[in-house]
Ligand binder design. Structure first.
Ligand SMILES: [Zn+2]
Length: 464
């Protein structure tokens, strides 16, 4: 019997995230800001993988922020055609934009590799189709999909990306004998998501692009949402896993069959010889989104009433300043990238009893946009701080010349004590009565609470 596995390298373990977006496509931050953000979160390297579009230069600006040995920035981009694939290590777009096999091939020819992104809603046929031939791995977690799915649910199309996990699909593909590494990435846009949730711990001799690329291609890394493996060892027919912060270690194989599960930080699995493959995962009870509480997501009581039945004030939502703590809310809708000439947003607001505290303060309703051309930006803000105490109607019209990908109306209350209530919020295109905002539903406030920290090894292939 022989156990084939990728954990044979030497060097140090480096923490990286290789899926995120900057203002070069539809992200909210520029490249140096992303570098600073992730460095501040304890990461060692990133790949800023902007969406491929005419004129995108994936390598532009990297030399200014890549500091080998300190913090590495890899080149790459996200290709879209029948799905999304990250081409890591690619410094230029393929000749034919939108041809996925060509993109995957071009990345490989530059010494890079490709990953199927957020595929949790994919069928096995789709994921294994010719379109994605040559990928090196798939995202088994995608933080923004976890977050958006649970905030907006199926009403806004996020059902298609399931909950941000693709472990079942990964096992199906591995069970077919495919050699695919599992990656954990954020897909951070700086807009409606949380950075630093997902990560890849890569073992490499050097903290620099080519060494990290080659370690990931070999599979000498593990995917994680916070659990940290201290040891991944194979000896005498046993796989031994130690994690410094796990509560359970589990070994499983084809089609997700669980072979063993133990409590604690260490697990040892004696290989039988007929498993096909074995992989390990470790879990604890630490919540992934501890700072996203029900109160700071959306107010609950009766849900959030959009402009459908007229303002009553009975099922309004309420933001509680709580002594100056920032609260916010978002309403989203994909607008099919068509450019409306103008958008009008507004609603009913009651700001009774607000008391301003020292420091920065803001009480506002604003319209945000996400576009491929300009990233994420606020396009219009209505200051609510001077409104009278009774319910008032506010409205603003904003002319546009962007290809809009998503829009959001955000409520922001910071630096105040007291409450502000919103009702009948709306967003309309010129000449149309349709409300573009989508009502989020919060039947279960614990939806984001269910996610806890985990880590996943790559598969150990068992040759009987
Ligand atoms: Zn992306």
């Amino acid at each position: 019997m022989h156990i084939e596995h990728p954990y044979t390298g030497t060097g140090s373990w480096y923490k990286g995230n290789i899926h995120m977006h900057s203002r070069k496509s539809d992200g909210g931050l520029d490249m140096p800001q992303l570098r600073d953000l992730y460095r501040g979160l304890g990461f060692d390297f990133i790949c800023v993988s902007d969406h491929a579009h005419d004129g995108l230069d994936p390598s532009a600006g990297i030399d200014k922020i890549d500091t080998p040995g300190e913090f590495a920035v890899l080149s790459g981009y996200e290709a879209a055609s029948g799905g999304h694939v990250n081409c890591i290590g690619a410094t230029r777009l393929p000749d034919r934009l939108g041809n996925m096999p060509e993109a995957i091939q071009a990345a490989a020819s530059e010494g890079g590799f490709s990953i199927l992104n957020n595929p949790s809603g994919y069928t096995l046929d789709r994921a294994t189709g010719e379109n994605f031939h040559g990928i090196a791995g798939i995202e088994i977690t995608n933080s923004v999909c976890m977050y958006l799915h649970d905030l907006f649910g199926p009403e806004d199309g996020y059902a298609a990306v399931d909950s941000g996990y693709a472990l079942t699909l990964w096992d199906q593909m591995l069970s077919q004998g495919r050699r695919l590494w599992g990656f954990s990435n954020d897909d951070f846009h700086g807009f409606d998501s949380v950075p630093g949730i997902s990560m890849n711990w890569v073992r490499s001799e050097q903290l620099e692009g080519p060494a990290l690329l080659s370690a990931m291609k070999r599979g000498d890394f593990y995917a994680s949402t916070g659990v940290r493996f201290e040891g991944i060892e194979v000896e005498g027919g046993e796989i031994r896993i130690r994690a410094e912060n796990a509560g359970r270690v589990r070994f499983s194989g084809p089609d997700g069959e669980v072979f063993s599960e133990v409590a604690g930080e260490e697990g040892v699995y004696a290989v039988r010889g007929n498993e096909g493959y074995v992989r390990a995962e470790a879990t604890n009870d630490v919540r992934l989104f501890p700072n996203v509480t029900a109160d700071s997501r959306f107010p609950r009581d009766g849900g959030f009433l959009l402009a459908e039945t007229g303002h009553t004030g009975e099922r309004c939502c309420e933001l509680d300043g709580g002594g100056g703590v920032l609260h916010w809310g978002v309403q989203n809708k994909i607008v099919n990238q068509k450019a409306p000439k103008a958008l009008t947003f507004g609603g009913w607001v009651q700001t009774g009893g607000l008391r301003q505290l020292a420091g920065d303060c803001e009480c506002s309703l604003s319209l945000w946009m996400q576009s491929y051309e300009q990233g994420v930006l606020p396009v219009s803000t209505i200051d609510l701080s001077a409104l009278p105490m009774e319910w008032s109607r506010v409205e603003q019209t904003v002319p546009l010349d962007l290809r809009v990908r998503r829009v959001a109306v955000r409520m922001r209350l910071t630096g105040y004590e007291g409450k502000v209530r919103f009702d009948d919020l709306f967003l309309r295109q010129e000449g149309s009565p349709e409300n573009l905002l989508v009502n989020p539903s919060f039947e279960d406030d614990s939806r984001l609470d269910k996610y806890t920290q985990q880590a996943w090894t790559q598969p150990f292939w068992i040759h009987g």
